[in-house]
Design a protein. Structure first.
Ligand code: VGL
Ligand code: ZN
Length: 200
């Protein structure tokens, strides 16, 4: 495959998803150095950043009596409720301090108070675009490699929607770490394979 048409998408490598963070993913910090090294092999590198306003509707505290990691029905479907995380401008929302940030694009998502956004391409209503597709297409990109956090949420949703949009998608599972909530890793792995995503 022509390397000029490939982009690396690094999903949500932020302090709150790393050990010690508000929504820590086990081993989240282990993937920073190898992802930094991988960046040199791609002509286009995109970093995504989960970037929620205070009181975001995906936070359990925004729903009276709801516990973190429970689910609620939203107008756009079922939504897992999370501990407060990645609040705009906080240290938790900052990239892991060792992550290279000399990327082409830093895409922020999850800003709409009423809709969560796991995917780098669409909000969780699966209809509101982030604009990343247009950016990649105008740069001539046809194939994407994804790495980052968390395998079974933001990485998986981004991979499935990228495949749906017609990109050739590879997920570097060795450079991802999972939350694995109630079997979510197995479920989302199956959905990625079904969507035609290559897992390596
Ligand atoms: C994520 C849960 C909530 C992720 C973001 O980056 O996978 N997970 N917000
Ligand atoms: Zn989030």
């Amino acid at each position: 495959m022509n390397p000029d048409t490939q982009a690396l998408i690094v999903i949500d490598l932020q302090n709150d998803f790393c050990p010690g963070g508000a929504l820590a993913v086990a081993g989240g910090d282990e993937i920073v150095a190898p992802i930094n090294a991988l960046m040199d092999r791609f002509p286009v590198v995109v970093l995504t950043q989960d970037w929620h306003p205070k009181g975001h509707s995906s936070f359990a505290f925004s729903h009276a009596g709801a516990a973190p990691f429970s689910t609620v029905q939203m107008p756009y479907g079922e939504q897992t409720l999370w501990p407060d995380h990645c609040i705009q401008g906080t240290e938790g929302a900052a990239f892991h301090p060792a992550l290279r940030t000399d990327a082409d694009v830093i895409l922020r998502k999850g800003m709409n108070p009423a809709i969560d956004s796991y995917s780098a391409f669409f909000e969780n209503d699966r209809a509101t675009p982030t604009g990343l597709e247009g950016y990649l297409r105008t740069r001539g990109i046809t194939a994407l490699t994804l790495a980052g956090l968390a395998t079974d949420f933001c990485v998986a949703y981004s991979a499935i929607e990228a495949a749906r949009l017609g990109f050739t998608v590879t997920v570097r599972t060795d450079l991802c770490r999972a939350i694995d909530l109630g079997g979510s890793l197995a479920a989302m792995t199956a959905q990625m394979l079904e969507a035609g995503v290559t897992l390596v």
